[in-house]
Write a protein that binds this ligand. Structure first.
Ligand code: AMP
Ligand code: GLY
Length: 631
């Protein structure tokens, strides 16, 4: 939040002031106008300020201004049609904190020049005020007019430019018609500049529940003024106290469009949260353009997007793993199986496959069938693995990593199959509990050692990891931890029970990691128990097409006005006119927090019991957290 003093006169009608007031009300700017200062009782803006109960003060002589401003001590002084000369004293006291808009295109340095969008030379209009400046655009037969928001310095009509806007001049333009259009643009750039100054803009690359959890967490930061998400989802737009924008047509791998969003919106931090984006090299591309990015490079992310590479890496670094065989052809796989005793197996496509590339085989015959199915994963299945089937208790752990340093931030247990009692096909994960009771000190020590070996192994390969590292593990009967997989991101829905337990400001954490200060981070967690239940469209994960487009009833209240201890995270749900519709398989996630698993389950399931899709088409597991319920 920044505080503003807006300075007005009887020049215009106070529309710049109004634009700022409106943007604050719409929460586009995280600011408060603590005073409107006028040099005359005649200023039109006074009424506008009074209507909003903003304090109005008067400075009739240029010498009085400093004293008045000092009374309010604003972060920024905004000149909005101010007529008086600003004295050197005021400029020095509010150095780099006085904003002005000038109807001309101010260059970056005194000898510099600005080009119009058509390549012609833009006019500065130095020393020309208001109408005179507009008249100059017409007199000089310029193709474009324009304005600049700049910081006031001791130089006349000059100072660091924060934003420029251009306006094409029409043949029929008069001073009045052209000025009217420019004024509208001036309002926009003033608001844009204040937006920039008032808080950070974050871009989250993800469209599902994971992205929703991240968007919510970043919005909690007082340092963040808006969050963008690509592609994002509709539920991200509901029930927030700050602006959120989504870019549904931008794929997580579309580097060109992501770069455009970053540039056009002055994005301060990009959270590359999704696996395809990591593999596409979004982190690498953005880092090259000097954007702050939280997420691993493509090379570090290979630990997720290439399971064969990852297994060899784990073996080389003496990380406990199941026996595995990497196969490059169907024939090789089948031949290997023949040499093996009858057993249970996991057959895995080596590449990314939307969490669906892993097949369980209860015997060698099923394993052969699974090998034949690898073809359907295209390039991702060209190389595949045959793995020993581990037995035990599964869990997920997360660490924030920067090269050799890491902090473990939480553990969760996912529920993978679609039906209760771990029956039915695997999903991307449809429920979690945290913190799992299975993770005791002994287990945690092993987890730490695994993270240690992993991050140092990656550094040795000159692929230092930055971001969130996901360890999917199995605790066997003897209490030994094995790694099933690493992912280069938060888990979904694991993130929805782990992130809310972290009390720190996520934006601050990300910035500290990027600025090489991970060692200074002290994670504070609450001691609540959380479960998240994922609501799905019936038929998921096999075929839910019949349910697509159906209305989801009673979700509105839960999203907009969630009861205490509940958070809803969107995924495949569309919102139109306050109505909610099925648009995917995993629709939304209901997270509940309480002092224990029993209470958390009660809260979550009570909330879910009110939600409905016609034809009994809403599905969710009723046994989330069952492992800890028994303990
Ligand atoms: P993944 O896509 O690698 O997460 O695998 C999906 C799920 O399959 C994991 O979460 C485990 O439940 C299971 N899984 C994968 N590999 C193994 C293994 N070697 N032993 C036992 N379970 C496994
Ligand atoms: N829930 C498992 C994953 O995100 O990979």
């Amino acid at each position: 939040m920044i505080t503003l003093a807006v300075l007005i006169s009887n020049y215009g009608t106070g529309t710049n002031l109004q634009a700022i007031i409106d943007a604050i009300k719409k929460k586009q700017i995280n600011a408060k106008i603590t005073v409107v200062v006028s040099d005359t009782k005649e200023a039109k803006g006074i009424e506008r300020a009074k209507k909003e109960k903003i304090k109005v003060d008067f400075s009739y002589k240029k010498e009085e201004l400093l004293k008045i401003l000092n009374k309010y001590n604003p972060d920024y002084v905004v000149l909005a049609g101010w007529k008086q000369i600003i004295t050197d004293e005021v400029i020095d006291t509010y150095n780099s904190r006085i904003l002005n808009v000038h109807p001309g295109l101010i260059p970056d340095d005194m000898e510099g020049e600005v080009k119009n969008p058509d390549g012609s030379l833009a006019l500065w209009n130095k020393g020309k005020l208001a109408e005179k400046a507009i008249q100059n655009f017409l007199d000089q037969k310029a193709t474009y007019a324009g304005s600049s928001v700049h910081l006031l310095t001791h130089e006349f009509d000059f100072g660091p430019v924060l934003k420029r806007t251009f306006e094409k001049i029409k043949k029929t333009d008069s001073v009045n018609s052209l000025y009217a259009r420019i004024k509208n643009k001036e309002h926009e750039i003033y608001v844009d500049v204040l937006k920039q100054l008032s808080g950070a803009t974050i871009l989250v690359i993800d469209g599902g529940g994971r992205g929703s959890a991240l968007v919510k967490k970043y919005l909690e930061s007082p340092l963040v003024s808006q969050v963008l998400a690509a592609p994002g989802n509709d539920l991200m737009l509901v029930g927030n106290n700050k602006p959120v924008r989504v870019f549904p047509n931008v794929k997580t791998t579309d580097i060109k469009s992501i770069k455009k969003i970053v540039i056009e919106n002055n994005v301060d931090l990009v959270d590359v949260a999704q696996d395809d984006a990591v593999q596409a090299g979004v982190t690498d591309a953005l880092s090259r353009m000097d954007v702050k990015v939280f997420g691993p490079t493509k090379a570090a992310g290979q630990i997720e997007w290439d399971k064969a590479w990852a297994r060899n890496f784990m073996k080389n670094n003496k990380i406990p793993i199941p026996a595995y065989k990497i196969c490059k052809s169907e024939g090789q796989g089948i031949k290997f199986l023949k040499s093996q005793k009858e057993s249970e197996w996991y057959i895995k496509a080596s590449g990314l496959a939307l969490g669906k590339g892993v097949i369980y085989a209860k015997n060698n015959k099923d394993a052969k069938e699974a090998i034949i199915k690898m073809k359907k994963f295209g390039k991702s299945g060209e190389t595949f693995l045959i793995e020993e089937c581990l037995k035990g208790e599964e869990f997920t752990s997360f660490a924030i990593v920067d090269a050799n340093k890491f902090i473990i931030v939480g553990h969760a247990q996912d529920h993978k199959t679609i039906y209760d009692d771990n029956k039915g096909p695997n999903t991307g994960g449809i429920g979690c509990n945290s913190p799992p009771k299975a993770i005791n000190k002994k287990i945690e020590t092993q987890i730490e050692s695994i993270f240690e070996k992993t991050v140092s192994g990656l550094v040795k390969l000159k692929r230092p990891y930055t971001g969130i590292l996901y360890l999917g593990g199995m605790i066997d009967k003897k209490g030994k931890v094995f790694v099933i997989e690493f992912n280069a991101r938060w888990g979904d829905p694991e993130v929805e029970v782990v992130l809310p337990s972290i009390k720190n400001d996520l934006y601050k954490i990300a910035k500290m990691v990027i600025n090489d200060k991970i060692k200074e981070i002290k994670i504070t967690k609450d001691n609540l128990y959380r479960i998240v239940v994922t609501a799905c469209a019936k038929g998921y994960p096999i075929d839910n097409t019949k349910v697509i487009g159906k209305e989801i009833y009673n979700l509105d209240n839960l999203v907009k006005d969630a009861p205490a201890h509940i958070q809803v995270f969107g995924a495949g749900t569309k919102v139109r006119d306050n109505k909610y519709f099925v648009a995917g398989g995993r629709l939304f996630h209901v997270m509940a927090e309480a002092k224990n698993v029993q209470e958390a389950r009660k809260i979550a399931y009570n909330a879910l019991s009110k939600i409905r899709i016609d034809g009994n088409n809403l599905h969710y597991r009723k046994d989330i957290g069952y492992r800890d319920l028994k303990r």
